[in-house]
Design a protein around this ligand. Structure first.
Ligand SMILES: C[S@@+](CC[C@H](N)C(=O)[O-])C[C@H]1O[C@@H](n2cnc3c(N)ncnc32)[C@H](O)[C@@H]1O
Length: 237
């Protein structure tokens, strides 16, 4: 079926060329709003909720920024890093390997194709990656996989682009994101970012994701941050 959206190969190819942009631990991904703030929130909250964590899993790890932030507080974690892009994974392995005394495992795969060992992780992170999922069934099966993969008491941390269910709200929030991008690097940059989002991404609303998490079995969810079309939350098993 041709949805007009980018294929997995096209998405992989674009990220293969973009490793540097995802390798700055201070700024995070600057095309998202409040990335440094959320990186720092997760740095503080993961050890507070899972102080005895031994194993973490970073889905769509990019160059490893979120894992590196968590390792600043929990430096002995075994880290499983997953990404579509081999150059991203190579950079993540290099950076994460230097920051943990634990094992580093790299998986080059599409999250939709991955079957995790049940109850194998204390902490799972998915930052700026779930918006690549398309059909509702993909979200459901990925959330089910994540739920199974977590140990009891384990936590699932998400930071991502979202939409709003009310069109008027979405319009204003999207404009706010556009103003942020224009203020950073001008209107051509804003238009370029909006063009690749339109081509590649299929974000869903926070309501959709929180409902789906509950259906999957997560009883506790907390919204950690929201600004315009970006939100962070945690779900606890
Ligand atoms: C926007 S980047 C975010 C990287 C990192 N999480 C961060 O916040 O710095 C998204 C990453 O997800 C990866 N990705 C996209 N679709 C994916 C999929 N279906 N399965 C696994 N990784 C995927 C891309 O290759 C890219 O490295």
């Amino acid at each position: 079926m041709n949805t007009g959206k980018a294929t997995v190969d096209e998405i992989r190819h674009r990220f293969d060329q973009d490793v540097e942009r995802f390798s700055n631990l201070e700024t995070g991904q600057s095309a998202t709003m409040d990335a440094p703030l959320v990186l720092d929130l997760i740095r503080q909250l993961v050890p507070a909720t899972n102080p005895a964590a031994r194993a973490m899993f970073d889905i769509g790890c990019g160059a490893g920024n979120f894992t590196l932030k968590i390792l600043q507080m929990l430096p002995n974690l075994d880290c499983t890093l997953m990404d579509l892009s081999l150059p991203m994974l190579q950079r993540a392995r290099q950076r994460v390997g230097a920051a943990t005394t634990g094992r580093v495992t790299c998986l080059q795969t599409d999250i939709r194709d991955y079957t995790a060992t049940p109850e194998s992780f204390d902490v799972i992170v998915a930052a700026a990656v779930l918006h690549h999922l398309r059909a509702e069934q993909e979200w459901r099966s990925v959330f089910q996989m994540i739920y199974r993969a977590l140990k009891p008491g384990g936590t699932f941390w998400v930071w991502d682009m979202i939409t709003h269910d009310t069109p008027a709200v979405q319009t204003i929030m999207q404009q706010s994101f556009g103003q942020y991008l224009s203020a950073q690097k001008g209107t051509d940059y804003r238009d370029a970012v909006f063009t690749y989002i339109e081509k590649e991404d299929s974000p869903t609303s926070l309501n959709f994701q929180l409902n789906m998490l509950r259906q999957t079995g997560f009883q506790t969810t907390e919204i950690l941050h929201k600004t315009a079309v970006f939100a962070a939350y945690v779900a606890i098993k």
